[in-house]
Ligand binder design. Sequence first.
Ligand SMILES: [Zn+2]
Length: 342
Amino acid sequence: MVNTNPSFSREELKSFKDISFKLGSNSHLVQAAGGNTSIKSDGRMLIKASGTWLINSLDKDIFVEVDLNSITEKINNGKEDNFIDDIISKNNLHPSSETSFHALIKHKYVLHVHSTTAIANAISQSSESDLKKYLDEDFIFIPYCRPGFTLTMEIKKLILPSTNILILENHGLIVAGDDIEDTYKLLLKIHKKLDLIRNKKLAFDYFEEITNIDGYMHKNADKYKLFSTQNEKLFSLFSKSFYPDHVIFLGPGIPTFLEVKEANEFIQNLKRKNINLPPYLILKYKGLFENTLAIPAAKEMIDCFLEVLLRIDLSKSLKFLSSQQESELLNWDIEIYRQSIN
Ligand SMILES: [Zn+2]
């Protein structure tokens, strides 16, 4: 095989791609095109391309080589950029929208994942102090910011040269290091330490005949029973969004209904207005319904949401994304949308 990235040795590229694939294959760490990895050498950085899936690390060309010095200069000048002019490779891919923090962190390897356990423990008012109790690791807690350059600027304010663990509020986890195996092991260790299942018994066993919603299928596998819960607080969380990819793939909160009639009226209303139907709906005490046209990324994201919900501490005061934060992720006004569909 021809080495298309001569700035990096064949061996280090191989282990980097192996670990990227392992991360991408674990749906508790990476869902769909989420998460990204990078390796640096001699003023260059190889980073996952925008829109590609880490699970394809071994069988597809999903990485882009970029000029690290030029990107670093832009970060130092606070100049927001898509880094298209800094691309060195010739594969027509664009660097991840999260490229800037990979460049900012000086370690050779940076691994960023949307760990379901890290998210579940980074969405309450007391997350930072609670995490200090659960993790006896030196980490930096980064308050929520829109992913991309804004987030990188926030990280820049708080990071030290030695920082190798960052927990991103309402977003995920970054682990960095100079040895790929050690960095990967540290990431798994943190993910595992935060794996505190709290809400399994809140799933509710329904006995009634399952209702049909036009164009949707009831998700009746055992694990989805959590969505039929009788716990009011848990039910109230179903229509919230807690992290960026949830908004991007499932929309600004999953529509929830008390009665099947309301759900059907909602669907008719969207159809009349030619508005796309959401991939999922939730009916109280009955559970989750999937649009028959739901795309694979949405299916990965609903499973991610389920795993996060299982691990949320319901006794805490939780932080979800505001309408404004949802709007800046989707580039449209969520309030206008909500008014138009209700
Ligand atoms: Zn991310």
